[in-house]
Design a protein. Sequence first.
Length: 379
Amino acid sequence: MPEFFATAPFEMEGVVAQELRDLGFQNVRPQSGKVAFDATFEQAFFVNLWSRTADRVLLHVGSFPAKTFDELFQGVQALPWETYLPRDAVFPVSGKCAKSTLMSVPDCQAITKKAVSERLKSHYGLAWMPETGARFAIDVHLHGDIAVLTIDTSGAGLAKRGYRTYNGDAPLRETLAAALLRLSFWYPDMPLCDPMCGTGTIAIEAAMIAADRAPGLNRSFDMEAWRLADDHSLAALRQQAQDRFLRDLKTEIFASDIDAKAVALTKKHVKLAGMDWKIQIRKSPFDQLSGLPDRGCFVANPPYGVRLMDRRQIETLYAQMGRWYRDYPFWSLTVFTACRDFERLFGARAQKKRRIFNGKLECGAYAYRGARREKPTET
Ligand SMILES: C[S@@+](CC[C@H](N)C(=O)[O-])C[C@H]1O[C@@H](n2cnc3c(N)ncnc32)[C@H](O)[C@@H]1O
């Protein structure tokens, strides 16, 4: 069975690995920046359709040691590219080099392209590769003198669910928002509120989880054009995802922001995501919210002080958040921020903490559990 990699931001490999286990994969192997798993092409399509936290799904074609361009050329040419690429495949090559003897990314890309072409030309008896068919985006990654060759099954990154048009000031990637929800104390039938919703990502991801809506339902993936998986099986998986989408969602989901532009953007994105009848959106400062249920979970991504506010404003805002949160004893809270002394400013230690990279920026998720509500005793 082929090996695939579900790629993940640094420090998020564990979250992606757990999601893969929840999707039914047994032998998942977290590595730096990715999680390896064995799957059929139909199962890889299922991961593309359903993974909320992985960045991409890559097919692992092969790995080998390469300290010279010659070794790279020989190693790439020895891999069975014709198993995957048809005679008309379009195959752009991207590359990365880190801690390796070969450090020129453009040279590694050019050599890989040439070696794949030579292999395919000789296999298909062609003088040149026409490159008029489906896209197979190859990546050559050199790390510690090992070359890892993959083909991207996803196409656009999986964060692109197709609902965000304009990105606002500091939006959270969709995959990161979904990961935050997994790291929080929220579960899908519990009320959820993002009191600083920005472009609406957290609320939309929560609504999609609660409604069992596949994140990839409204988009396509490169591998769908490959003819390596059975078309009927892929159509059946899409249909099954349509059937699972619960259109009478009971979970209450709230999104609010102090900024009118953010509220307008959230409304637009919620509509594009097809979730407009599931999320209640308001313009309000977080500490003046009213009418929330008596229990639930807040998940918030306040300004960090890096771009949107200065340090003094951040100190005031986080202290204000701490006082406000104490008024909601039965609500849990998860905050995602790059502010290193968040807990001190907020005034309480988190029960769960997790370091997460948002691009290159080191951030943290701080989770606080609300008190449990006792069931009323029968008399
Ligand atoms: C980092 S952005 C949130 C981005 C959001 N997670 C997304 O994916 O687009 C922070 C948001 O907090 C909002 N905000 C700042 N102070 C606030 C306050 N006192 N009450 C409510 N919202 C506030 C800002 O208007 C901004 O939209």
